[in-house]
Ligand binder design. Structure first.
Ligand SMILES: Cc1cc2nc3c(=O)[nH]c(=O)nc-3n(C[C@H](O)[C@H](O)[C@H](O)COP(=O)(O)OP(=O)(O)OC[C@H]3O[C@@H](n4cnc5c(N)ncnc54)[C@H](O)[C@@H]3O)c2cc1C
Length: 388
């Protein structure tokens, strides 16, 4: 088939590589230079975790992805994925139903190694955190973070080397509709690209490109801060791994020192907005919330200079699960998005899942990511997500 992939973020480029590998002709279209500076995938780091509260599907998907992340480091001859471990800590003892308790229970069940919190050694081992702040949690050594922007750049080069036709600086403005299928896409310059199938992987732009999907996709903006630590030695990965601090009730998480900065962000409700909106800047309130959090939790960063901020966009679904499915009314239209702020870690398996949706192959994961307009907002959420 000739497959047009709209969007060269991680969802699009992994789909393009897998479809090309399966012998299809692939045209990958993106309005930016790729990696697109405003894309969610274009960042210095994204967490790779198997801890997903009670949701064993995501833990299993992460456990399939992590060995491939390691393999990608070898295959591409550069450390894109840093297995520095992840730390989830909480102020109260872990209780059944909590994100931390359920994550530890599932990790144990999956025989995934993890170390339970030990109050006496915690502060010696992770000195940047305020003493006496946390009283329970766990460290998962087989996890870490990926340098997402570099991952996309590396995969785009790889896709091109396989023969994927990349059309940069090219924006799709509409689908070229047939009776009960799509014939291709219309570009901003008025030209058409014809194809046998179209994969829309336009991230948070999807509900703006395909207006009818606003019923089940919402673009939300989330603040990201890069801070210059006064004592960088406290923030090296072995002393300050990726962490979630009561993440499901505060939203706050952060990364070790990387490219000279410590990144702190919030996995919360966010602000609904178009990815191209002028509102896409961090507010004084968001910065103040950060400072309050740091003062109580990571004191040595409380007054650290902020060297960069960004509003990064989620494409939210009504239940917090990804969306990789063909449209029942137009089966050769496949939408691969709905990241809800947690899809990057699955990059090693995303392409296969999307290609199976394009080819109509049975894939158990597609059940979870199926076309589900019947699911209403508020019914469920991703376990680590803070709804505030
Ligand atoms: C603040 C924040 C923190 C996150 N942290 C994590 C994390 O720690 N771990 C994790 O696993 N995930 C995380 N995520 C989620 C992760 O970033 C996403 O799952 C992933 O990047 C989504 O990739 P995508 O390709 O679907 O979208 P994007 O990366 O946004 O790519 C979409 C692409 O579509 C293109 N496009 C848009 N409109 C058009 C058009 N009309 N025509 C053609 N192309 C178009 C854009 O230019 C862009 O390149 C986070 C996200 C955010 C916002």
């Amino acid at each position: 088939m000739t497959v047009i992939v709209v969007g060269a973020g991680i969802s699009g480029v992994t789909a393009a590589i897998e479809l090309k590998t399966r012998g299809h002709k692939v045209i990958l279209v993106d309005p930016g230079p790729v990696p697109h500076p405003l894309a969610a995938s274009t960042d210095i780091s994204k967490a790779v975790r198997a801890a997903y509260g009670p949701d064993e599907d995501y833990t299993a998907l992460a456990e399939r992805s992590i060995p491939i992340w390691r393999e990608w480091n070898r295959k591409f001859g550069t450390e894109l994925y840093h297995e520095t471990g992840v730390l989830f800590v909480c102020r109260q003892p872990m209780r059944p139903g909590d994100f931390e308790f359920e994550s530890a229970r599932v990790l144990e069940k999956h025989r995934h190694p993890f170390e339970r919190f030990e109050a006496t050694e915690f502060h010696q081992r992770f000195p940047a955190f305020a003493q006496e702040r946390f009283h329970d949690g766990f460290f998962d050594p087989e996890a870490g973070f990926a340098e997402s922007g570099r991952v996309v750049a590396t995969l785009v080069d790889y896709a091109k080397s396989l023969g994927v036709e990349l059309r940069e600086n090219t924006k799709v403005t509409a689908l070229n509709e047939g009776s009960n299928s799509v014939k291709g896409v219309l570009l901003e310059n008025g030209h058409f690209i014809d194809g046998d199938a179209v994969v829309v992987a336009a991230g948070a732009w999807t509900p703006y490109l395909l207006q009818e999907t606003k019923a089940f996709f919402r673009a939300t903006g989330h603040p990201v801060f890069h801070l210059k630590p006064p004592r960088p030695e406290l923030f090296r990965p072995e002393r300050f791994p990726f962490f979630g601090a009561d993440i499901s009730t505060t939203g706050f998480y952060g990364f070790p020192l990387n490219q000279g900065v410590v990144k702190i962000a919030n996995h919360g409700g966010g602000r609904e907005m178009s990815p191209d909106s002028a509102e896409r800047v961090v507010t004084a309130e968001e910065e103040n919330n950060l400072r309050v959090f740091l003062r109580s939790t990571i004191p040595s960063l409380a007054d650290a200079p902020i060297v960069y901020t960004r509003i990064c966009m989620y494409c939210d679904t009504n239940d917090g699960d990804l969306w990789i499915a063909s449209d029942p009314k137009r089966p050769n239209l496949i939408i691969s998005t709905g990241d809800c702020g947690h899809g990057f870690k699955f990059a090693p398996v995303l392409g296969e899942i999307t290609a199976d949706a394009v080819e109509g192959n049975p894939n158990p994961t597609l059940k979870k990511f199926r076309w589900r307009p019947e699911v209403k907002a508020g019914e469920m959420k991703e376990a680590a997500r803070f709804e505030g």
